[in-house]
Every structure is written in C-alpha cells, then in structure tokens.
Design a protein around this ligand. Structure first.
Ligand SMILES: [Zn+2]
Ligand SMILES: [Zn+2]
Length: 396
C-alpha cells in the first residue's frame, strides 16, 4: 500500500500520467543504446514539466534542468536508467512486453518513470539550487554513465542520487545506508591455446579442453583459498567455447566470466590471482594463456554524509520505520558507481514488492516492480535532492 504521505504529493492527473508512462515503457522495452522510442516518450513527458533546459546526451539519454529557487546555489543531479534486457517476459502482466526476447527485467521502466515524477515534484516545489534530472541509457552494458559524464552535462553537479527497485523489500521500505551497496563488476576472458589433432592421438597435441576443465576448478580456489574469507568476492565462469567435432582436439578454448568485489584490494587480488592461475594451469597442460580483463564499474560505496541526506529525506516522507537495512551484501554491479567517482552521491534500494507478493529476483523473466514503487522512488529522490541542495547551499 502506498503511504498517504507519498500519494498526496501526486494529483490524480499526474498519477495517471506516470502510470501510463511506466506501462508504455514496459510494453515497449528497448535494449541498451537502442532506446530510441523510449527516449522520445521520455522527452515528451519531460517537456510537460517545462524544464529550464532539456538536452539529449549520450545518444539516447536526456538531461532536464529543473530550476531551483536560487540560480547561484549548487546544482545536484538525480538519475534514472532506461534500458531493458534480452530476456523473454513471463510476468503475464496486462502491459507485458510486446517485443519477443526483450523485457524490462531490471525495473528500469520504473526508474525512468520515477525520474520524470521527481522532475514534476521538483518543478512544483523547487530545491534551493537547480536539479539535473538524468535519463541514462545503457546501464546494463555498463556504458551509459560514462557516456553521460563524457557529454559534460553533469560538469556542474555537486552530488548525484539514484536508486534501484528491489522486491526483497516491500513498497514503502527504503535502504539508504552508508557503505558498500553494489560490487565492482569486471569481465575477464581467457584464451587457452594448445595444439589440435586427432581425438585418438592426444599425445601428439596439447589439449586446451582438458586445460579449460582444470582451469574452471582452479579459478574457484581464488575465493575459497586465496582471499580473506571475511571479504566478499565472486568468480564466475559464464561461457566456455571450444571444439567443433567429437573426434577432434581443437587448437583453442575460450572462457569468459565475471569478477565481483567491493573493495579495491580484493579487486586487485582477483585480477592478479586470475592471471597467475591461468598462466600456471596453462603451463601444466602445455598450453599458453592470454588473459584480458575489462574493467567494469567500480563498487558503489555510499559516503556517510550523502547517505544521511537520503535518510533525512526518507524519514521526512515516510517515517523512521521506512528505513530498512540492506542485510546481505549486494554483489550486483551498477554503473551509477561511475558518477560517484566524479562526485559524492548516494544509491538507494527502493522496496518494490506489493502486499502478498513474491521476492522475484531482477534479471528473471518473472520480475516486475510493483506500480506504487514508482511514486515512492519519485518522492524520495525529489526530497533527497532538496535536502542535499539545501545542505550544499548552506554548507551544513
Ligand atoms: Zn540489471
Ligand atoms: Zn538495474
């Protein structure tokens, strides 16, 4: 149930418009960097707010500037991401995706709608300084935040706030904690090269498939044997590709995977151990290993000061009981971290489970965010922007 303190911020017309926008986006999901229709819908929706400016950034992204009370006051930003995933929807919702194998399985339909909602609330009751409302493309590929930053659209921003829907928490619950909230998510690729030959005469070659098999097991000892058990880390091999026939030893095997960590030392250790073990296992089997690691977003670690602003805003809107702990560490990656390398900020988890609903994980074909979470997200982000803006203006 949507608390009264939030629902009364939205007129019936605005509420209908935001629900219609969210359902429309959900029904027409678009993959990362291809959000053309989505971007056009959001442009029209933001124009209704009459922002001081509305710019296209990073291809399919948008930044709306909502004027504050004092044009000389520090600028803050809020961000909603807008892209969908290559997953077949299985929610059975009346507004389920009409595009086969593409769906809003991460709730970015709601994030986009709540950013528009926050723009409305901030236009009606402005913050001290201007607020930049960022509609960011390509979160799922980890490219969007960097592209928005590169555009220069956020050069003036002194702090940034964003959030993610989460069905582990009920509508009306908010996680706004200092400390780690999302993990660094680096992608690795290991190419093992041996010498192919006849499947009946393995001694004449060097078999990269046997090496790959050994390597998958050995990589799991990084977390279990090489890292401090008190520090969180994940090594996942997600793809293995090798071979073309049952009786042929191939020349090459390719493994790809993801490395997750929430502190710089562990991240560094994962990279070093991955390279060391890949090289060692390859040598054992007479192979060579080529290892590449693509750096993904760093971890999100919310600073105490910005988290306190978000907590103040949440308590003002929803009361103290709305603040809930994250509980288990989240090892998901989130490119919002890239903004926080440039400026302080806070990333929230916004409860998105309706009464009696299940805890469906994101990136599942059954995932959706409860509709009411969109109003909580909009209200909390708008209020957080006001609290932050005021604190920055007064130096509090
Ligand atoms: Zn996602
Ligand atoms: Zn997401």
């Amino acid at each position: 149930m949507l608390p009264d303190s939030v629902s009364r911020l939205f007129s019936p017309e605005l509420r209908d418009a935001l629900v219609a926008l969210r359902r429309d986006l959900h029904q027409h999901p678009e993959l990362s960097s291809e959000e053309h229709r989505t971007s056009e819908c959001l442009r029209v929706a933001l124009e209704a707010v009459r922002p001081a400016s509305l710019d296209r950034v990073a291809g399919t992204g948008l930044v709306a500037r909502i004027a504050g009370r004092d044009p000389g006051s520090p600028v803050v930003a809020i961000r909603g991401d807008i892209d969908a995933l290559p997953i077949q929807e299985a929610t059975g919702l009346p507004f389920a995706s009409r595009t086969p194998n593409v769906m809003h399985a991460c709730g970015h339909d709601v994030h986009a709608a709540w950013a528009v909602g926050a723009a409305h609330l901030l236009a009606r009751a402005p913050a001290e300084g201007d607020v930049l409302v960022v509609l960011q493309p390509a979160e799922e590929t980890g490219r969007g935040a960097a592209a928005v930053l590169k555009s220069g659209a956020l050069d003036q921003a002194r702090a940034i706030f964003g959030g993610h829907v989460d069905r582990r928490f009920a509508v009306g619950q908010v996680v706004a904690e200092a400390g780690p909230l999302a993990a660094a998510a680096d992608v690795f690729e290991i190419e093992l090269t041996g010498r192919g030959g006849h499947g009946a005469r393995p001694h004449e070659g060097a078999d990269p498939i046997v090496g790959a098999g050994a390597l998958v097991g050995a990589l799991q000892t990084i977390v279990s044997r090489r890292l401090d058990p008190a520090r969180a880390a994940v090594v996942t091999v997600g793809t293995i590709r090798a071979g073309s026939a049952p009786n042929v030893i191939p020349d090459r095997a390719l493994l790809q995977g993801t490395l997750r960590s929430v502190d710089p030392d562990t991240r560094q250790a994962l990279h070093e151990e991955l390279r060391r073990i890949a090289g060692g296992v390859a040598a054992t089997y007479g192979l060579t290993a080529r290892v590449t690691i693509d750096l993904g977003p760093p971890p999100i670690v919310n600073p105490a000061e910005t988290a306190a602003w978000a907590r103040t805003a949440t308590v003002m809107l929803l009361g103290q009981h709305a603040l809930v702990p994250l509980g288990a560490l989240n090892m998901g990656g989130e490119d919002f971290a890239q903004y926080m390398e440039r400026m302080p900020g806070c990333f929230l988890r916004i409860g998105a489970r309706e009464e009696g609903g299940e805890r469906i994980p994101a990136h599942s074909g059954r995932f959706y965010a409860a509709e009411e979470s969109l109003f909580v997200g909009a209200a909390v982000l708008a209020e957080t922007a006001r609290v932050a803006s005021n604190a920055l203006a007064t130096g509090a």
